[in-house]
Design a protein around this ligand. Sequence first.
Ligand code: HEM
Ligand SMILES: CC(C)=CCC/C(C)=C/CC/C(C)=C/COP(=O)(O)OP(=O)(O)O
Length: 303
Amino acid sequence: MSTVTKAKAMSASGRDYLELTKPKVVALLVLTAWVGMMLAQPGLPDLLKLFAATAGIGLLSAAAAAVNHVVDQRIDAQMARTYSRPVAKGRISPLQAASFAVALAVTGFVILYALVNALTAWLTLASLFGYAVVYTMFLKRATPQNIVIGGLAGAMPPLLGWTAMTGDIHGHALLLVMIIFTWTPPHFWALAIHRRDDYAKVNMPMLPVTHGIEFTKSVICLYTVILFLVCLMPYLVGMTGAIYLLGSAVLNLRFMQYAWKLKLQSDNSSAMATFKFSIVHLMVLFLLLLVDHYFKVAPIYVS
Ligand code: HEM
Ligand SMILES: CC(C)=CCC/C(C)=C/CC/C(C)=C/COP(=O)(O)OP(=O)(O)O
């Protein structure tokens, strides 16, 4: 390492290390894991397990994010959105970031294995591997379906939360995974439309680069319709009640409205608004699942 790089690496602050962990993304991932924990049983979950599972899932997610900063340092340095990230800028060296990631991952895994259960520990480690290795190192550079397949890793937390409480995999938890899996493409592709030129510059085969913006807008519309239908499933199987049904219908109609507005406009001026709405959508949807769980109005069955 050159003296200049060393000096920059030494000037890393706590804030730089925090940035490595993608804290806002991890916060939403943890919220979805909590919902999995709460919905796994009636009443409140065991508090020790809740704290341990939160810490473990949060730490392993943060570790995955830090690995992403190391692997992507060169492309991050060339894109306007990411050029000032700590590893891309040299404020944290790749070795420091990788060591930080290993420390977070080992701590998270040990917490899950010792205080929660082995199934959750291994599934969370597999999610880390799915995002940090399968998505970041391979899929991201290989195919425009990168975020569809890689999205499974980010969709796992509700299942991780559920297995943390029960020790087994339940169909209801898989429905929550399916919701996030279907939400991810419109979430990311809206941003990718806005940042298309950045991705083209670094040769990342994101859908707006490989298939064009019009095609991407159409696929976003299609995914919002699929998401609407997938979000009905928890109600249809009797997992949730009317509060969730109504709330999710409103959120999904609004998401579809954003998608159609983006599709119908000749420029891409509402792409970022669509991306930002996707985050509010997922957060409110999962909060609704919680409210519905504790104040459930029974589904209406027609006999
Ligand atoms: C493969 C799947 C995913 C991809 C490719 C993706 C991509 C992105 C990108 C590129 C950003 C912008 C980050 C930035 O500007 O620094 C972002 C932001 C965000 N994503 Fe995702 N995302 C994915 C899955 C998820 C999941 C599963 C969640 C949560 C459950 C999530 C939550 C967020 C949040 C909260 C932000 C805003 C972060 C901020 O403002 O700092 N994402 N996502
Ligand atoms: C253990 C577990 C649940 C792991 C999942 C971890 C995780 C952080 C998932 C979020 C997905 C995400 C932010 C993808 C963006 O990566 P990108 O490289 O496309 O975006 P970037 O250019 O902003 O880095």
